[in-house]
Design a protein around this ligand. Structure first.
Ligand code: NAP
Length: 251
């Protein structure tokens, strides 16, 4: 089994892609530490996957929660092989209908949460002289599109942060960014627009599990969709902004 004997901390494991990933990694032999805010959802996932796994409910926006989790994990498992940051919140928004309080919370979870996790876990991985930190951003961070500004901007920040960590930390620590296209989860169930090439969370989890073992910095899928957006992102501003402005009426 590919992840046999590994201890993997999934933050944002209570639903959607994180829960699906937990099922795949557990089936492939990993021992998991499952975190998110919803203790009940984590408990029921552990019940499903087996008592060898651990749960540690937390709010990534609170650094003290992350510190306590690290304290628990270092006492509970001998080695922390991978840390996978999946936590995020989202509401469809544009600048006219943006909820300022929710946007503050979104930045605290999606961006500050990732900083908290990196700050607390990298010393552990460095002490072990190996380990992986994977941050889940999104293709929404590739290029500014109409109708999702705070969320997309938070994911652009996360991609930038992952790139910066990759350049900064010693190469024995494996830094990865995960950029999914659309996946059917409670997050995208909020959308009332069409979501091209949307995949099921179980499919996303397989892409991610495979990607975690690969040498590539970025895990992105489905490729037809992500490559189109990558191409859009590298166009000169004159063309790119013309095209993204055309998308406004469709968003
Ligand atoms: N679905 C997509 O199409 C898609 C596309 C690209 C990227 N992504 C990214 O994939 C990741 C997973 O999203 P998903 O689609 O699976 O959505 P989801 O089902 O809503 O999962 C989000 C996870 O984050 C956790 N979370 C939220 N706020 C938290 C907090 N303050 N502290 C700790 N955990 C928190 C949630 O658990 P609690 O509510 O229990 O805390 C849940 O486990 C996110 O980073 C998302 O941005 C999703």
């Amino acid at each position: 089994m590919s992840f046999s004997g590994e201890n993997i901390w999934i933050i944002g494991a209570s639903s959607g892609i994180g829960a699906a990933l937990a099922r795949v990694l557990s089936a492939q032999g990993a021992t998991l530490i499952l975190s998110a805010r919803s203790k009940d959802a984590l408990e029921s996932l552990r019940k499903e996957l087996g008592r060898q796994h651990h749960i540690y409910p937390l709010d990534v926006a609170n650094y003290s929660d992350i510190e306590s989790a690290i304290n628990y994990i270092t006492k509970t498992v001998k080695k922390l092989d991978r840390v996978i940051f999946m936590a995020a919140i989202y509401n469809p928004a544009n600048i006219e209908n943006m909820d300022v309080a929710f946007t503050k919370q979104l930045l605290e979870v999606n961006v500050l949460g990732a900083f908290h996790v990196a700050k607390a876990t990298l010393p552990i991985l460095q002490k072990q002289s190996e380990g992986q930190l994977a941050l889940c951003a999104s293709v929404a961070g590739y290029v500014g599109l109409p109708g999702g500004q705070p969320y997309s901007a938070s994911k652009a920040a996360l991609i930038n942060f992952a790139e910066s960590l990759y350049a900064e930390v010693p190469k024995n620590i494996d830094i990865k960014v995960i950029n999914p296209g659309f996946v059917r989860t409670p997050m995208t169930d909020k959308n009332n627009f069409s979501m091209p090439m949307r995949v099921e969370p179980e499919v996303a989890a397989i892409y991610i599990a495979d990607g975690l073992r690969s040498k590539a910095f970025e895990i992105h899928f489905p490729k037809k969709f992500t490559i189109f957006l990558k191409f859009l992102s590298i166009l000169p501003y004159g063309i790119k902004l013309f095209l993204t402005s055309k998308m406004k009426n469709k968003s």
